[in-house]
Design a binder for this molecule. Structure first.
Ligand SMILES: N[C@@H](CCC(=O)N[C@@H](CS)C(=O)NCC(=O)O)C(=O)O
Length: 118
């Protein structure tokens, strides 16, 4: 389903029924509705993947969760927010703060995370 963010379709009642936060993405998998990118990834891994997609053992599960947290934290508040400001001219957000965070996730520290490969 297409959602025209520029026209505010994500804030209309029909979309808010799918995601009360009025945000994309939302997955509709044959009637199973899952909002939130990380929740979607967990759903898809459990529904269609196997242990290699989302391990059940403590260390493997923690490694996956760590990457999901990176996506929801520094990536979301750095490059993703910078894009929001530049592409959608989002008001009330400061480009300087996002630019600062844009650079540090791309620095040397990702190599310390399990499963990091370039
Ligand atoms: N935690 C959410 C964040 C989603 C998000 O920020 N989506 C942005 C587009 S990438 C959005 O819909 N922004 C519109 C708004 O917040 O009003 C996720 O990971 O799915």
């Amino acid at each position: 389903m297409e959602v025209d963010l520029r026209k505010g379709a994500h804030k209309q009642p029909d979309f808010l029924q799918l995601n009360t936060f009025g945000q994309v993405p939302v997955l509709d998998d044959n009637g199973t509705v899952i909002p939130d990118s990380n929740a979607i990834l967990v759903y898809l891994a459990r529904r269609y993947g196997g242990e290699s997609w989302l391990p059940g053992d403590p260390v493997g599960a923690a490694a996956v969760q760590r990457w999901l947290s990176v996506a929801a934290g520094p990536i979301a508040f750095g490059p993703a927010r910078a894009r929001l400001i530049m592409v959608f001219a989002a008001n009330g957000l400061r480009i300087e703060a996002s630019e600062r965070q844009f650079h540090w996730p791309l620095g040397p520290w990702p190599e310390a995370l399990p499963g990091f490969e370039l």
